[in-house]
Ligand binder design. Structure first.
Ligand code: 4AD
Length: 476
């Protein structure tokens, strides 16, 4: 008999003789096995008549063991499930030592589960989060495919850090103890694998631009690497970024795209992750109930997602935002760690969160930032001091998206690169785009894990990626 998944069994009450494989969550009173196979948050209850089995055999049905159950699917007599399996046969596929199995049927701290990340997906919370990761990833590809975008794979190893998006990880096959040296005593990267210095990419944008200027609408969805020493709950050293890039689109179009994209993906999540979302929502409400009233969020998880799906994002220029922040209570009462005194200040996460969570109380798109706090490739405005940059800020997360209209004018771009000491030889191909059929174009980058944080209500980015990479941590 073909085995079915637990999800299939729970969805089809016409089934009769069934076979299912999974891992034991609990085995109560030598009678009730709660079996889960990862296909759904729900377990299937398997009812065992212990008289039909040897005692020693039943002892092996412990939490974590992999088993194969055959029996009859019947309407459940008990509460909590509609159907259950009256067990005929059990095969133990893999024993689990109850003394040492880390995932016991009790509440574990997220810190403990991070140390056991290879097994944490067998818990309800991580099962739900990781299933949602998969659905969100699908929704992203679906959105772009349905909107005429081509998916492209940008290189992971690159020869430049021209983005300036942070510190890079070097890629080298040179012997670190005894590298070849130039006459000046510096490491001779000409002798390295690629004949030049290379690193892991911080973003696929520059290469995506080249394809947008041929295919029109493209996007990348790949891993990016940043060697910043940011040990925060929102930063990873390795994360996945979605970067659409569109020819003939200006900043206003870019804002429309980011907003429509985020709302569509979240709407798909509401529709297709119901059970996992309900579980995570409930978990979060129980967690929040332990907090003092003022620290609790005003909306539950599902309402928060619905709010984003149903409401327009607020669009505010950097200059307006600075005015709001300068006159805000926390600034006047010196409650911000970094006080906002003048135009030109780089916004910190405390400022972004104030704007989103306290002032506007909805996602905000900030645009037209000072040129000197943004990347070299952003389109300079006619005022000569701001660029057509945009950041999408989300409640509880801060920066979700960063993007811009790109500088399409060769002379302006060259001047900017010169001022920032970016060698033209390194980006000759990027400059070529401005020589041959240049045009207005724009794009943005979305951190996949930040979106998953928002959609799942998880507060630490290390809990929404299977194996997080962060300073001093590359286990698994
Ligand atoms: O704002 P960023 O640095 O933008 C870029 O890299 C552009 N090249 C994107 C583009 O225009 N194509 O990063 C984009 C997004 C951020 O808004 C954030 O969501 C996420 O990537 N991000 C991180 N996520 C996790 N850990 C980190 N260390 C991150 N740094 C950025």
């Amino acid at each position: 008999m073909m085995s079915k998944t637990v999800a299939e069994l729970l969805a089809d009450s016409t089934l009769h003789d069934v076979s299912v494989k999974g891992w034991v969550r609990t085995f109560r009173a030598n009678r009730f096995i709660a079996l889960n196979d990862g296909s759904t948050i729900n377990n299937i209850q398997c009812v065992v008549d212990f008289e039909n089995f040897e005692e020693d055999f039943l002892k092996r049905i412990t939490t974590g063991a992999a088993i194969h159950v055959t029996g009859e699917l019947v309407e459940s007599q008990g509460k909590g499930q509609s159907v259950e399996i009256q067990v005929k046969e059990i095969e133990i596929l893999g024993d689990s030592d109850p003394e040492t199995y880390p995932i016991q049927p009790k509440k574990h701290s997220f810190e403990f589960l991070r140390e056991n990340a290879h097994l944490r997906t067998r818990t309800n919370t991580f099962g739900a989060v990781m299933r949602m990761c998969s659905t969100i990833s699908f929704a992203i590809h679906k959105y772009f495919t349905e909107n005429g975008f081509y998916n492209m794979h940008t290189p992971i190893i690159t020869g430049s850090d021209a983005e300036g998006a942070g510190e890079t990880f070097r890629v080298s096959t040179l012997d670190p103890k005894n590298p070849p040296l130039t006459e000046n005593g510096e490491v001779d990267f000409k002798e390295d694998f690629f004949g030049k210095e290379t690193n892991l990419t911080v973003s696929g944008q520059l290469e995506a631009e080249t394809y947008a200027m041929a295919l029109g609408k493209v996007y990348t969805f790949g891993p990016t690497f940043r060697a910043e020493n940011s040990n925060t709950s929102r930063h990873l050293a390795e994360f996945w970024m979605i970067e659409p890039e569109v020819a003939f689109m200006d900043l206003a179009g870019n804002m429309d795209l980011a907003e429509d994209f985020l709302r569509s993906v979240l709407s798909y999540v509401l529709e297709h992750c119901k059970e996992d979302l309900e579980f995570l929502d409930d978990r979060l409400q129980k967690e929040e109930a332990k907090l003092p009233q003022i620290e609790r969020s005003p909306m539950n998880l599902i309402d928060k997602i619905k709010f984003v799906v149903d409401n327009n994002f607020k669009r505010v220029s950097y200059t307006e935002a600075i005015d709001i922040l300068r006159n805000s209570k926390p600034n006047k009462k010196k409650k911000f760690k970094y006080l906002i005194n003048e135009w030109g200040a780089d916004l910190q996460s405390e400022h972004e969160r104030f704007l989103v969570e306290k002032h506007f109380k909805c996602p905000v798109i900030l645009f037209d930032y000072p040129a000197n706090i943004k990347a070299f490739y952003m389109r300079l405005n006619d005022d000569g001091k701001t660029v057509r940059a945009m950041d999408v800020l989300f409640p509880g997360i801060g920066e979700m998206v960063g993007g811009s209209q790109r500088e399409e004018r060769l002379d302006v771009l060259k001047e900017k690169m010169k001022a920032l000491d970016i060698p033209e030889e390194e980006l000759w191909w990027y400059l070529d785009l401005r020589k041959y059929g240049t045009a207005v174009h724009s794009g943005f980058g979305l951190g996949f894990e930040r979106l998953v944080m928002f959609a799942t209500g998880m507060s630490n980015i290390r809990d929404v990626i299977p194996y997080p990479r962060s300073p001093q941590n590359a286990e698994f």
